[in-house]
Design a protein around this ligand. Sequence first.
Ligand SMILES: *[C@@H]1O[C@H](CO)[C@@H](O)[C@H](O)[C@H]1NC(C)=O
Ligand SMILES: *[C@@H]1O[C@H](CO)[C@@H](O)[C@H](O)[C@H]1NC(C)=O
Ligand SMILES: *[C@@H]1O[C@H](CO)[C@@H](O)[C@H](O)[C@H]1NC(C)=O
Ligand SMILES: *[C@@H]1O[C@H](CO)[C@@H](O)[C@H](O)[C@H]1NC(C)=O
Length: 446
Amino acid sequence: MEAKKEHGLFKKCERLLVLCIFMYIVFIVRSYLSIVHVILNRMVGYNKTEVLPYEVGNVSLIQRSGLPNYDLFLPSDAEHPSARFYSTWNVNASTLPSKKSSDRKKVIIWNPTSRWPTPNAIPCLSLPQCEFVKKKRRTIKTEDADAIIFRGIHGIPRKYRRSWFPKTRPDHQIWVYFAFECPHLTRGIDLISYAGVFNWTMTYRNDSDILAPWGHITQVYKALAENPPTPNKDYAKEKNKLVIWYVTDCYQYLSRTKYATELVQHIKVDVFGACGDVKGSCPKGDRECLKEHVRQYKFYLAFENFRCIEYITEKFWHNSLDYDIVPVVFGASKGHYERFTPPNSFIHVDDFESPEALAKYLNYLDQNDDKYNEYFAWKTKPPKNLPELFESRFCDVCKKLLRASPTERKVYTDLDRWWRGENYEYCEPIVWDGRLKGKNNAVRFP
Ligand SMILES: *[C@@H]1O[C@H](CO)[C@@H](O)[C@H](O)[C@H]1NC(C)=O
Ligand SMILES: *[C@@H]1O[C@H](CO)[C@@H](O)[C@H](O)[C@H]1NC(C)=O
Ligand SMILES: *[C@@H]1O[C@H](CO)[C@@H](O)[C@H](O)[C@H]1NC(C)=O
Ligand SMILES: *[C@@H]1O[C@H](CO)[C@@H](O)[C@H](O)[C@H]1NC(C)=O
């Protein structure tokens, strides 16, 4: 009797053990599969055989002034040019469900990563009317959210799949497409398949529903008001070096790489980062070190990886403006820089017929301190009509939700064209030949 009982118990344990081993195997296989998935996603767009809209087969097709002039991109008349990429309508107010008891808005940040959003980006402390919730997908009730923010670069499937998204989608709920980077970096996502999915956009571009720029002129002047610069300061005096460039991506087919290759033949450029003097570089993310390093120089090459309309990144806003150095910019058109940045705060490469002419001008400024200091005059003269203070992109989501009428509806019927341009013209085309940061295609600046 006892033995039989024991035997039964043993059987039970055995079954449990087999089940455990089986579950363990499933778990291991699943994690391998997800690693493969991540790798595949990383590779998106780097595959030579994949035909993507930006691909051009011939390097010589890329021209330095390949960007059209987009200064008239957003005319001020009533007919908004992007309107053909979305639809708006109103629903009959009497058909809406009766109001919730609280006016507080709930915003879900869908599928966050360890690096996004950065901890100090949320919550939006100045606006207690909004609650932000970070959630891994499918582990949360979403029906009561007013908006859900989706990360549009590595955070959504390559092709739209209803099953990947929240199970229910109430009509009042706003799905936000958030892209921090430019269209070249979303090229692996088939945005055509996302037609009719997202209600709002949140990007660095000024015609987004929510502006999420890398920097903002009002923030710059606000910081200066708190920490005013000495009037008539001689910025040239404290500098003993000429041109600095921090660069980690020197893929040979980027137009900035071609430009810089020529520039360094005419002026001494100290190159730091993966493509230059690695040993002398500041550790990644060490802003104090960077500040001390950069300040010794007169000019900073704020060259964007990609030339896309309105795409002006931290290279301009932080590495240059914050560190009392004159940025030499390469990226969006001059008109765009002028529209978004402090007056006379930069030197644009398009003003020069060649890198050699630019080098000559930099040497001229090096010899002429008064002229050089003119590039800092903006610091003590804020423009009269500064745009409304931009606080943070998450606060702006909250503000827009609070302002929105409950009957308004909007959806992007052609997100792809809105984002990349009707004929893919919002970014300069680029040759994709192997991996961008791969060593084979990198140029080194000794
Ligand atoms: C690029 O195109 C030009 C003109 O069509 C041609 O002469 C050249 O050989 C091409 N280069 C490559 C690498 O295909
Ligand atoms: C809205 O719906 C109500 C009830 O169905 C109807 O009586 C009213 O005429 C509708 N209003 C409009 C503007 O369509
Ligand atoms: C950005 O867009 C807003 C709203 O459409 C407009 O009022 C503003 O002038 C634009 N800003 C710039 C710098 O173009
Ligand atoms: C958001 O888009 C969906 C899908 O097209 C639509 O059904 C819904 O009414 C939109 N909601 C809002 C608030 O615009």
